[in-house]
Structure formats: structure tokens, C-alpha cells
Design a protein around this ligand. Structure first.
Ligand code: HEM
Ligand SMILES: *[C@@H]1O[C@H](CO)[C@@H](O)[C@H](O)[C@H]1NC(C)=O
Ligand SMILES: *[C@@H]1O[C@H](CO)[C@@H](O)[C@H](O)[C@H]1NC(C)=O
Ligand SMILES: CC(=O)N[C@H]1CO[C@H](CO)[C@@H](O)[C@@H]1O
Length: 543
């Protein structure tokens, strides 16, 4: 199968910051103002405290979506109660929420009222096609019902040896890379990114990206960062999708002088072409039947093969779901692994303790599926990393009607009165502060901001047990909760564990002296001097 590699001029678009404002953006924003002002906002949010807007037109949005926005999110968590008011475009108000009763309402109790924002659904539709992250309501429920079994515990058991096979290849890649390396540094982001893509490729798509050397990984990464930089003009998408036929939209995209939009267009074209080629290959193998299926990567047991045999999704939907698995499962997992290795490098005693545990368990060939989940230090290291460093920092929803938001503890309003619940007006966008919730001192105790796997090895504090945190992953918001919670959280956890078992047996990880700057994209990413990379000093353990 031939897949195309994107050739992209990376210097042609800004790597950080907010794009400049040209005529089309001004038009889009004027349109947004019109829509928001028409909806006139209920006064109920005026008493909620929050940071003052940076500008009238854009409010706090540039800070919220900035790639350098860690401090903004930290300040929100530190300086306000569990619900914070943000200023959005043209004076509209949004909420930033990390109170757990409020999160429970948004994600579970009143989930049918809080959809993914229209602009996100529309952008996801343009990028990926019809899929889980471009649909809501009934259509989304149908999609979940069809997709859920593809990552069930029985499937994970089947995928387990496939993941080990890939991790062993990664071991060899690291060996080669560290031999080739001039200064002893190995870029673990690239290696772990390729590995995570291969995990999803083989287990999810029955396809080896490593074998086809497609540019999917680079393309996906750049697409997500370009999409995030376009959040403001994206607000016009639901409107454009409604009025314009697709050929006209395409012309429009070509005409609008936004480098990021053109980059996104080219990337989407490449991803689409690759995905269609993969799907065609699978169709042919299924048509041939018998050994043609077994010869495929994943032996026909991957998620896509299951979906194709179940025959409930259209061709476009299959492509969409395929794109979304790549999109949702790659950068998130590789970033979490980078954070994991970073903390293990900072805590050599824990690294040694973990190495000891996995080496003993893995002494007679690969650890068994049932055994890997019983290793306490391995489990604690993964959970603590996912708590401290959730790869996605926020997740957004939009209220489709007026709704009351409960609070777990009263807050003080701007007028010094006590607020016990909030009337959220229809149309309000609510950002769930995943990171802020995970690190709450109220819940986790005074050491909430320290990476301490030990906290998982003894009974958790009563405040954690009482908090009733509404995550699909016990006690954490990292994978969100409710019907839109991450479909792949068990798969992601298993991927991390398999990699840690194989890599810690073989290597010792230390930090290089390069300064790592973490940027906030759709998932966070480590950079060195503006380029995505995560150099580490990797030494092979002798003996
Ligand atoms: C550490 C790794 C991961 C993290 C932190 C993570 C986190 C998340 C979060 C926060 C969401 C909710 C997004 C939103 O609604 O705003 C989500 C959704 C999703 N994730 Fe993951 N994810 C990870 C790995 C994976 C993997 C490996 C897969 C695929 C096997 C996957 C598949 C999905 C899908 C399909 C959705 C959309 C669910 C829906 O809208 O119904 N994720 N994930
Ligand atoms: C890693 O690769 C080396 C060289 O091929 C091999 O000797 C070693 O057993 C491998 N280790 C693991 C855990 O796969
Ligand atoms: C609220 O209380 C603070 C201190 O207790 C005071 O400085 C401030 O003026 C009060 N604000 C209003 C609106 O009453
Ligand atoms: C509510 C709360 O305690 N939030 C904490 C979340 O994490 C930030 C740092 O990222 C802390 O400063 C907050 O106090």
C-alpha cells in the first residue's frame, strides 16, 4: 500500500502565539458579535468572579487557547472558586469549571443539555468527517453504541500481545537511536509518538504506519496545533456549513488568506487520502477472506475490521471513526508517556523501584494480561502521572437551554454575597478544567502539586473518596466522564504499562540539560527552542 508523506514548509506558519488579524477575521468577528448580541445574555453570570478581559473583542480567549497558557490555567485554579467567569468574543460570557458538583452536572446529570460546542462539532466534521467528535445527541449515542465494543475488556486482551510486539520494536529503535546519537540524547517524543501511532494503527486500524512510512503522525500533530490557532475564526463554521455547499466552501478556504487554514486544508487532504487507502486495503483483504485477513496487521481483530464486519457504519462514517481514533489516541498517549519518563528521571529511586518490580514480573517472557494490572508501583506511577499531567487540559461543552449548575461548596460572588448555585443561560460555553480539578488541594491535600506515586499505594484521603469525582477513570478527570468520556482510557493505560515494562527493563532514563517548554495544544506537547521534541539521556542497563 502506498501512502503519501506530507511535504510541509514548517516555517510558513507561526509556531506560537495568536495569528494576526486580517479582513476576513474582522468580518467573521463582526458576524460573531451580531449573533452573540442578538442572543442577549441573561444577567445571572454577572455575579461570578473571574479575570478581567484583555480586550473587548476577544476577551480572555487568547489567554485560554494560548500555547503558553499554563499560568493562565493555574491562576484560574488558584485565585477563584470552583466556577470562574471568562470573557469571550464581543462581551459574551463563558464559564471555567472545576467544582466537582458542577462538573458532575455538566458531564453526567445534565449531559443531555451540554453538547460539544457547535463550532467544535463543525470543525471536527470538516477535519475528520462524520465521527464521535462531530456528532451529538442521538447520533452520538448511536456511534458510541457501535464503537464501545471495539475497546471492550475482551478486545483489550486480544490486543495485549500485539502491543508487546510493538514495544519490543521500540526497544530496538531506541537502541539504534542512542547508538547514532552524537551527544547521547535521544528524542523520546518522536519515538513514543511513532509507537503510540503504531499501537492505534495495529490494534485500532489493523494497519502498520511504521511499515508504510506515511506522514500521518507529523500531519496529525501539525493539524491539531493549526486547528487550535484557528479557534476564533472557527466560530463562523456552523454558519458556513449551513449556508454553503461543499464546493463553495472549498473555494472559500482557498480564497481566505489564513496560512493556518491552508495548512489545515493540505493536511486534511493527506490524512483523508491515507485513510481511504487503508480502508481500501482492508476491504480487499476482507473480500479475499481467509489468510488475507490473518496476514493483515492485527490479524483482522482490530477495531476497524470489527466495525466493517458489523456493517452498521457508512463508508464516510468508517473513515471518520478511523481518523478520530488516530487523532484522539496518538498525541495524548505519547505525551503522557513523556511526562512519565520525565518524572521517573527526576525521581531515580522510584525509577529503580519500578524497574525492580517489572523486571521480576517479566522474568519469564512477557507479563501476562492478568498480571500487569496487579503491579502496584506500575499502576501508581501511571495514575499519578495522569493526575498531575492530564494531556488534555480542558474540555468544552455548550448549554443548549437554561440550566441550574449546582456547587459542592458555596462561592463568594462579585457583590460579596454567597452563591450556592448558578443559572447558566442557554448558549453558554463551559470549559471543564481537567487539570485544575485533578490538582485541587482541597481534594488531594497540601501535597496536591507534587508527583507522588506513593499516594496511590496507601488508602487515599477521605476527601478524595468523598469528592465523587465524575471521571470514567476512577478519581481522575483526565479522561473526562459521562457518555462522552474517553473510549480508549483502558487502552491508553495498557499502552503506557506495556511500554514501561519493556523500556525500564532495558534502559535507564535521565534528563538532558536542554530546557523543555511544554506547550498547550489540543494535547500538551514538549518543545525545545520552539520545536516539538523531548530529548533524554538513555543508557542501556548492562547485566
Ligand atoms: C492518555 C491518553 C488519553 C487521554 C488523556 C484521553 C483523553 C480524552 C478526553 C479528555 C476526551 C474527551 C474529549 C472531549 O469530549 O472534549 C477523550 C475522548 C475520546 N478519546 Fe481519549 N484520551 C486518551 C487516549 C485515547 C486512546 C488511546 C483512544 C483510542 C483508542 C482514545 C479515543 C477517544 C475517543 C474516540 C474519544 C471521543 C469520545 C466521544 O466523544 O464519545 N483516547 N479522550
Ligand atoms: C531489546 O533489544 C535487545 C537487542 O535486540 C535485546 O537483546 C533485548 O532483549 C530487548 N529487550 C526487550 C525488553 O525487548
Ligand atoms: C467585598 O468585601 C471586600 C472585603 O471584605 C471589600 O473590600 C469590597 O469592597 C466588598 N465589595 C463589595 C461589592 O461590597
Ligand atoms: C482548586 C485548586 O486547588 N487548584 C490547584 C490546581 O493546580 C494549580 C497548579 O496547576 C494550583 O495552583 C491550584 O491551587
Amino acid at each position: 500500500m502506498t501512502t503519501e508523506t506530507p511535504r510541509l514548509d514548517r516555517s510558513s506558519h507561526p509556531s506560537t502565539g495568536f495569528p494576526g488579524y486580517s479582513l476576513p477575521i474582522t468580518i467573521v468577528m463582526a458576524w460573531c458579535c451580531f449573533v452573540y448580541l442578538r442572543k442577549r445574555l441573561a444577567p445571572s453570570l454577572s455575579n461570578i468572579a473571574g479575570p478581567s478581559p484583555n480586550s473587548f473583542i476577544l476577551g480572555n480567549i487568547p489567554q485560554l487557547i494560548s500555547e503558553d497558557g499554563y499560568d493562565f490555567h493555574t491562576d484560574l485554579a488558584r485565585n477563584y472558586g470552583g466556577v470562574v467567569k471568562l470573557h469571550a468574543i464581543c462581551g459574551a460570557k463563558q464559564l471555567y469549571v472545576f467544582d466537582h458538583a458542577a462538573m458532575h452536572s455538566v458531564l453526567i446529570k445534565d449531559e443531555h443539555i451540554y453538547n460539544m460546542p457547535d463550532a467544535f462539532l463543525a470543525a471536527n466534521h470538516l477535519m475528520f468527517g462524520p465521527c464521535l467528535v462531530s456528532t451529538s445527541g442521538q447520533r452520538h449515542r448511536r456511534g458510541r453504541k457501535i464503537m464501545n465494543p471495539t475497546f471492550s475488556p475482551a478486545r483489550l486482551r486480544e490486543m495485549f500481545p500485539i502491543l508487546f510486539g510493538i514495544a519490543h520494536k521500540t526497544n530496538v529503535t531506541i537502541l539504534e537511536a542512542s547508538v547514532d546519537s552524537k551527544n547521547g540524547e535521544t528524542d523520546m517524543l518522536h519515538i513514543l509518538g511513532t509507537t503510540a501511532l503504531e499501537f492505534i494503527g495495529q490494534a485500532g486500524l489493523g494497519h502498520s504506519f511504521a511499515a508504510s512510512r506515511s506522514g500521518t503522525l507529523e500531519g496529525m500533530k501539525q493539524l491539531l496545533f493549526a486547528a487550535k490557532r484557528m479557534i476564533v475564526p472557527m466560530q463562523a463554521l456552523p454558519f458556513l456549513l449551513r449556508i454553503a455547499p461543499s464546493t463553495f466552501r472549498r473555494k472559500l478556504i482557498d480564497l481566505v488568506p489564513l496560512p493556518d487554514l491552508h495548512l489545515a486544508r493540505d493536511l486534511v487532504d493527506i490524512l483523508d487520502k491515507n485513510s481511504r487507502a487503508i480502508l481500501k486495503g482492508k476491504r480487499e483483504a476482507i473480500a479475499k477472506g481467509g489468510s488475507a485477513i490473518i496476514e493483515q496487521f492485527g490479524q483482522g481483530k482490530d477495531a476497524m475490521s470489527l466495525l466493517m464486519r458489523a456493517d452498521q457504519l457508512s463508508e464516510e462514517e468508517l473513515l471518520g471513526q478511523m481518523n478520530v481514533l488516530i487523532f484522539a489516541g496518538t498525541d495524548t498517549t505519547s505525551t503522557a508517556m513523556c511526562r512519565c519518563l520525565q518524572e521517573l528521571a527526576r525521581h531515580p529511586t522510584i525509577q529503580a523501584q519500578l524497574r525492580d518490580e517489572v523486571t521480576k514480573a517479566d522474568a519469564h517472557g512477557d507479563i501476562d494480561f492478568d498480571v500487569i494490572s496487579t503491579l502496584p508501583v506500575l499502576d501508581a506511577v501511571c495514575k499519578e502521572t495522569l493526575r498531575m499531567y492530564p494531556p488534555a487540559v480542558t474540555s468544552s461543552r455548550q448549554a443548549s437551554e437554561d440550566v441550574m449548575m449546582p456547587l459542592s461548596a458555596p462561592m463568594i460572588g462579585v457583590d460579596n454575597s454567597t452563591i450556592t448555585e448558578i443559572l447558566v443561560p442557554a448558549g453558554t460555553i463551559v470549559h471543564v478544567g481537567i487539570k485544575a480539578a485533578n490538582q485541587s488541594r482541597v481534594v488531594w491535600g497540601p501535597d496536591a502539586l507534587e508527583w507522588k506515586p506513593e499516594r496511590w499505594l496507601s488508602p487515599l484521603p477521605q476527601t478524595v473518596l468523598d469528592a465523587n469525582i465524575p471521571g470514567v477513570y476512577p478519581k481522575l478527570m483526565t479522561f473526562i466522564g459521562g457518555p462522552r468520556g474517553c473510549i480508549g482510557f483502558k487502552f491508553a493505560e495498557m499502552s503506557m504499562k506495556v511500554l514501561l515494562v519493556v523500556l525500564l527493563k532495558e534502559f535507564e532514563f535521565a534528563l538532558s540539560n536542554k530546557e523543555i517548554v511544554w506547550k498547550l495544544g489540543v494535547a500538551e506537547a514538549p518543545t525545545v527552542e520552539g520545536k516539538q521534541s523531548f530529548p533524554m539521556l538513555v543508557t542501556r542497563i548492562q547485566g
